[in-house]
Design a protein around this ligand. Structure first.
Ligand code: ACM
Ligand code: ZN
Length: 552
């Protein structure tokens, strides 16, 4: 009896102690949560005398110090000097610690020194992102305190991407840059730019000016869900909708992204989803029938222009010469290791009916149209490899046999990715459920119109793990990481784009960066509430507010 009372007493004492520890266990609001973090008692206080310190001749570290300094100025009005004698320093140091890789960093915050170390500028950039999330989320007159801490941080996956469709709706360079800034703040490193689809061609190609003079402008219909309502137009009126990026603008985006450790990967769709290119140059289609303008909406039953041609003719050698010319200009703009060639949803019946395609199949001993699709992609891969580029495509490129060194982006679930990894090909997982962020994030009855099929809620996105259980540890080596996608059939404005992005972006960022053992959904939502929601609200950024101010 005595023993029992004693044990209850001990149990209660332990519970109280644990509770106190739990309360005392200070937390940062960093998303994605660092791989290793230990907090101390006390804070480094940034004041006017604090100086940045870094090797003087290193331009990229100077740029990084300026970037951090601008942020400090924005939230506090203070402007910090660099490389001045000062009792208090924020020091950036390049080191050689194999375990950190290019993207990892070490951060040590003590009384008079914030020491940020990394092997490369990428890691230093991420250390700065973490530091920025330790400062106040909104402009303040209060002291800028950074808690004492020791952080050793690096990503779980090397590919942490976003795809944005700018064909169905066009987004300005300014919006693209704002999106890139958001990606960078959550340590994402790939921006996959879906520049081409049936509804619009969005990149200037100098050798083929009609790609943009014709292919970038569709007749849109008032009332279509594909476009925001314009009350000056009547129900049946059509009006020009479109836009494109000049090569200079695209290069500017590439440089802007690079400065934020983001690789821009262009997608030039083929052989399907090519209606805009074929409106401009119908001679590369199977039918050759001209179409005045690219597709517009049929969604919602309104009158629109459904396309005539969607696929390039695989039997016509001039199609390949055209695409190679396009790729030559694309490769001049985008220095990425990868070029994405699409490859999804090819409607093959036109190939069945086309004498040139049939002749090609005969000459190349191809038994069916999936084989012809495989021929098409392999031929383009040969060209890309000869130009020192790697081919990336949607999982349909598995049909008829994968091109020898193709990387597969798995969107129809993980099936294609699993199959490709088993064949020894690199894979990026982008299953539409839960990684298509144009789908609902909460009950459709309470949300603005979005794509159906699945509700891709925050907790589902957070819980996503690209390492499929259907693969062995050995096969996991081929899984480079994960990527979410935003298709824009129903997303016409930058505000709605932000809304669909946030807060799912930080959720996938943590899923791709943080070790599984460190992940915790409730804790993640708490961090969103304590810092991130406030930061977006302060900056006028739209976001889904279903969890805003949720108490824990
Ligand atoms: C896709 O969603 N068609 C890649
Ligand atoms: Zn054909």
């Amino acid at each position: 009896m005595l023993f029992k009372t004693k044990s209850y007493f001990l149990l209660a004492l332990t519970a109280i102690l644990l509770l106190q520890l739990g309360i005392a266990k200070a937390q940062t609001n960093i998303i994605p949560k660092p791989a290793n973090i230990a907090l101390g008692n006390g804070s480094f206080i940034i004041n006017k005398q604090t100086s940045f310190s870094y090797p003087k001749k290193n331009e990229s570290l100077k740029t990084l110090a300026d970037y951090f300094s601008n942020h400090i100025q924005k939230i506090s009005g203070m402007s910090l000097a660099s490389n001045q004698k000062s009792a208090q320093k924020i020091e950036f140091k390049l080191v050689d610690i194999a375990a950190l890789g290019r993207e990892g960093y070490r951060l040590n915050v003590s009384k008079d020194l914030i020491l940020l170390e990394a092997n490369a500028k990428e890691g230093l950039f991420y250390g700065v992102q973490s530091l920025m999330q330790c400062l106040p989320a909104i402009r303040t007159n209060e002291a800028l305190k950074v808690p004492f801490m020791e952080v050793t941080d690096y990503p779980r996956f090397s590919w942490r991407g976003m795809m944005l469709d700018v064909s169905r709706h066009f987004f300005s360079v300014e919006t693209i840059k704002e999106t890139i800034d958001l990606l960078a703040s959550y340590k994402m490193n790939v921006f996959h730019w879906h520049l081409v689809d049936n509804e619009g061609w969005r990149l200037e190609i100098k050798k083929y000016p009609k790609l943009t003079s014709v292919g970038a402008w569709r007749d849109e219909v008032y009332g279509s869900r594909w476009y925001s309502k314009d009350s000056t137009l009547n129900f049946n009126d059509t009006y020009k909708y479109g836009g494109y990026y000049t090569q200079e603008q695209a290069k500017d985006v590439v440089a802007y992204a690079k400065a934020r450790n983001i690789t821009v990967i262009p997608e030039i769709e083929m052989p399907g989803h090519s209606g805009a290119a074929l409106a401009a140059y119908p001679q590369f289609s199977c039918t050759g029938i001209p179409q005045a303008v690219p597709n517009s909406s049929v969604v919602g039953g309104f009158k629109g222009h459904r396309g005539i041609n969607f696929e390039y003719c695989a039997g016509n050698d001039s199609t390949f010469l055209f695409l190679q010319d396009v790729m030559k200009e694309v490769m001049q703009i985008f220095p990425s290791e990868y070029i994405h060639v699409g490859g999804d949803e090819v409607e093959k019946f036109r190939w069945e009916e086309c004498p040139k395609c049939q002749a090609r199949m005969k000459a190349e001993h191809l038994k069916d149209t999936p084989d012809l699709q495989s021929y098409f992609i392999k031929r383009m891969e040969n060209f890309l490899i000869a130009n020192h580029k790697k081919l990336l495509g949607w999982d349909e490129i598995l049909e008829g046999g994968l091109a020898p060194s193709a990387t597969v982006m798995s969107w129809r679930g993980e099936k294609g990715g699993i199959e490709a990894a088993k064949q020894g090909h690199d894979v990026v997982m982008s299953p539409s459920n839960p990684l298509y962020f144009n789908r609902y994030q909460a009950d459709p009855k309470t949300e603005p119109f979005a794509a159906g099929f699945s509700v891709n809620s925050l907790d589902k996105v957070y819980g996503y793990d690209p390492y499929s259980k259907a693969l062995t540890a050995e096969q996991h080596k081929f899984i480079k990481g994960g990527q979410f996608a935003i298709w824009t059939e129903n997303i016409a404005t930058p505000e709605y784009l932000e809304y669909m992005l946030l807060p799912r972006l930080p959720a996938i960022a943590e899923a791709l960066w943080t070790p599984v053992s460190e992940k915790n959904y409730d804790d993640f939502v708490k961090r969103l509430n304590q810092w991130h929601f406030n930061s977006w609200a302060e900056r006028g950024i739209s976001f889904y507010q279903g969890l805003y101010k949720k108490k824990y």
